[in-house]
Design a protein around this ligand. Structure first.
Ligand code: NDP
Length: 410
């Protein structure tokens, strides 16, 4: 397979290196991004660690004509978009113009409004079908692997699924006072907006980080977790039959929350331009410039991520709760691909999906698909081989009702 990856950040570097580790399948690998030295560094590492030569190019993917020209030069079978959600629609346009298959890990978000919804990308369904090409959306870990855990549970573990809680814990320590594990802008826009969950056919909005729960995560233990809105909820509500409730939880340390609140209070998370010394700057973009890049954190990182789905439903007439999860060790992923586990868990799923496409097991039907619409079985088999083994365990019960408000807990 001839593959083009756009975005040379933390997660994009993992995609490139995992492709290099599967060089029998990915016979041509090309990386394009906004800053060429970042591509050169990854190119050198692929040569040094895996003996694989990759092509690189400078590209601003917001420019559709430039992306079309690059695609026409490289002629990839598949383009994996590992840039930012703002680029999704422009890159999909370039894929349509060149009849190229598309994949990403995060749904479109307009630059000037912190709001992510699938409808902008779902609207491409008919045009992708007519062009005879496939788009696979949200194929990172969450969204991505977590959706596939739900699809696997629906197909193999339950007759009916009633409740899903997606639980995401990073119990690692990068040694920095404050840094984000993936793109800072996207991370802070996600965490500072209102939370939302779905119950009995309705979306229920909460204040940002309003609800908190102590969740017992496999291999890392009990951690304070906060209810957030996350994009996979929107597609899973459509695609998991019989669902009555779905929520998303993520752990944050007190230090992280303290920094985030201060940054928010002083206006550093603003996404609108302000004048500074006669120059227009966007505070959150300036903050990104002065804080560590996600790709620079891996060397000192210790600890593990533990992410999974707690699912309650009916099997053979009996109520059951199961957890499907993966645990990933920061130091091990650094040793393998010089990346921390958040970049690693994001980068391995799209490579797994690309392998299935190369084998003709995924993405044969033209159109725009969320990953839970595709057969989970070959994906679950392959991803365990690619570095993200998964486990299923019985639990006595699900996570229960919302009870503790963060302000009460403080
Ligand atoms: P980074 O900020 O580390 O990387 C983003 C990369 O995209 C950078 O190299 C950046 O270049 C490049 N880029 C930005 N704009 C453009 C552009 N216009 N044209 C070309 N390249 C561009 O972020 P991450 O690697 O952490 O995240 C990458 C993506 O993965 C994001 O969309 C994020 O939301 C998603 N993600 C998904 C997860 C999941 O589980 N589904 C989890 C974590 C992340 P430069 O640095 O030069 O500006």
């Amino acid at each position: 397979m001839n593959i083009l990856i756009i975005g040379a950040g933390g997660a994009g570097s993992v995609v490139v290196k995992k492709c290099a580790m599967n060089a029998n399948i990915f016979t041509q690998i090309h990386l394009a991004s906004k800053t060429l030295p970042k591509c050169e560094k990854i190119q050198q590492e692929c040569q040094d660690h895996f003996g694989v030569n990759i092509g690189i190019s400078l590209l601003d993917a917001d420019n559709i004509a430039d992306t079309v020209a690059l695609i026409n030069r490289i002629k990839p079978d598949l383009l994996i978009n590992m840039a930012l959600p703002y680029q999704d629609l422009n890159i999909m346009e370039a894929c349509l113009a060149t009849k190229t298959n598309y994949m990403d890990t995060a749904n479109y978000e307009p630059l000037d409004v912190a709001k992510f919804e699938y409808h902008w990308q779902w609207d491409y369904q008919e045009r992708f079908k007519a062009a005879g090409i496939t788009a696979i959306l949200g194929c990172g870990f969450d969204p991505g692997q977590t959706n596939i855990y739900c699809a696997y549970a629906q197909k193999n573990l339950f007759d009916e699924i009633h409740e899903i809680d997606i639980i995401d814990c990073n119990a690692g320590d990068h040694g920095q006072a404050f840094a984000t594990n993936f793109n800072l802008e996207i991370n802070l826009r996600e965490v500072t907006q209102c939370g939302k969950y779905w119950e009995e056919g309705q979306w229920i909005e909460t204040q940002p980080l309003e609800f908190r729960k102590i969740i017992d995560y496999p291999e890392v233990g009990k951690r304070a977790s906060y209810l957030l809105y996350h994009e996979e909820l929107e597609s899973l509500v459509k695609h998991i039959k019989g669902l009555k409730r779905i929520r998303f939880w993520m752990t944050f340390g007190e230090e992280y929350i303290k920094h985030m609140e201060v940054l928010e209070n002083v206006g550093m998370t603003r996404i609108d331009p302000v004048m500074h010394n006669g120059v227009e700057i966007v505070p959150i973009q300036f903050l990104k410039t002065i804080l560590p890049e996600p790709s620079s954190l891996s060397e000192e990182y210790t600890g593990k991520t533990s992410i999974g789905c707690v699912i309650t439903g009916i099997k053979d007439g009996q109520k059951k709760t199961k957890i499907i999860y993966n645990v990933c060790d920061h130091a091990k992923t650094h040793a393998e691909v010089q990346a921390q586990a958040v970049s690693y868990t994001t980068g391995v799923p799209p490579v797994t999906a690309a392998i299935l496409m190369a084998r003709g097991q995924w993405g044969q039907e033209p159109g725009v698909w969320n990953v839970e619409q595709l057969d989970p079985d070959p994906f679950m088999e392959e991803i365990a081989r690619q570095g993200l083994p998964w486990h299923v365990r019985d639990l006595k019960s699900g996570l229960g009702e919302l009870c503790e408000r963060r302000k009460d807990a403080a």
